[in-house]
Design a protein around this ligand. Structure first.
Ligand SMILES: Nc1nc2c(ncn2[C@@H]2O[C@H](COP(=O)(O)OP(=O)(O)OP(=O)(O)O)[C@@H](O)[C@H]2O)c(=O)[nH]1
Ligand SMILES: [Mg+2]
Length: 246
């Protein structure tokens, strides 16, 4: 089974080298890594390019015209599908999503179409996070779950593994997220297509190196996007294949 780990990056020079090192160290057979970098000013791409010379299983997708967590993710998914991946893992570069959970995510694929690294099920936790950030994550989580009707506990987890058929079915071409709302959009689409979703516990650790790209403006935009998915789906317009009123 071919696995592709897709990592979107923006200014992750201090993290990406050691993250790739830890993933390679897991020695999972037929595992490939693709980093989708938006021409980070800190030279993240250069680190990945150098590593790819030593490790042929590491690839760099350098985007010089586009910017955004969402569109980078879609580019990475397309790459994984084109390169015949059976499983696609998506994770952040900042070590909040530790590679030690990759084997459990892959194991969970025996029983589900999507596996999620979750902070909010038994055994999972949110480490080193400030109280305000925790409250925001929880409130935003309730909003997304209620609005989109998701059963998932950790709806903002960008650490997940998909079977190929899920990414083929959710219609990447009709996805509308440019930014971080991609995390919920993918869950919503997978839920509407009735794929089975399983959460596995992870300890989510706050980043030590580099800076978050999230701010209140982006958070608000993300929450508004969730409303937009819901509305589009109600009108039968979320999936291109749908007819209005479907
Ligand atoms: N290619 C690309 N990657 C991005 C962009 N914005 C964020 N990322 C990456 O997406 C991942 C998540 O971004 P973070 O800034 O850690 O956001 P977050 O995890 O929601 O917020 P924190 O928990 O505060 O770190 C990281 O690997 C980022 O480098 C972007 O515009 N383009
Ligand atoms: Mg992060």
């Amino acid at each position: 089974m071919k696995t592709c780990v897709m990592i979107p990056t923006y200014n992750e020079r201090e993290n990406i080298g050691s993250l790739i090192g830890e993933i390679v160290h897991l020695k999972i057979s037929d595992l490939h890594i693709v980093v989708v970098d938006d021409n980070s000013p800190d030279g993240t791409a250069e680190v990945v390019k150098n590593l790819s010379k030593k490790h042929p299983e590491v690839a760099l997708l350098l985007r010089t015209k586009e910017r955004g967590r969402g569109s980078a993710g879609i580019t990475g998914f397309r790459y994984a599908l084109e390169h015949e991946a059976d499983y696609v893992i998506e994770m952040d570069a900042d070590f909040s999503h530790h590679p030690r959970y990759i084997p459990s995510l892959l194991e969970a694929m025996q029983h589900a179409d999507v596996a999620i690294g979750s902070r909010f099920i038994g055994g999972g936790k949110d480490v080193n996070r400030g109280v305000i950030r925790k409250v925001i994550t929880n409130l935003a989580g309730i909003y997304v779950r209620v609005l989109l009707g998701l059963q998932i506990k950790d709806v903002s987890s960008g650490y997940r593994c998909f079977k190929r058929k899920v990414l083929e079915a959710i219609e990447l071409d009709s996805m509308i997220s440019i930014g971080p709302s991609i995390v919920s959009e993918v869950f919503y689409r997978a839920h509407l297509k009735e794929f089975s979703i399983k959460e596995i516990p992870i300890a989510f650790e706050d980043r030590i190196h580099g800076q978050t790209k999230l701010n209140y403006k982006i958070l608000l935009k993300t929450l508004l996007m969730v409303l937009k998915f819901k509305r589009l789906n109600k009108r039968g317009l979320l999936f291109k294949g749908n007819q209005p009123g479907d």
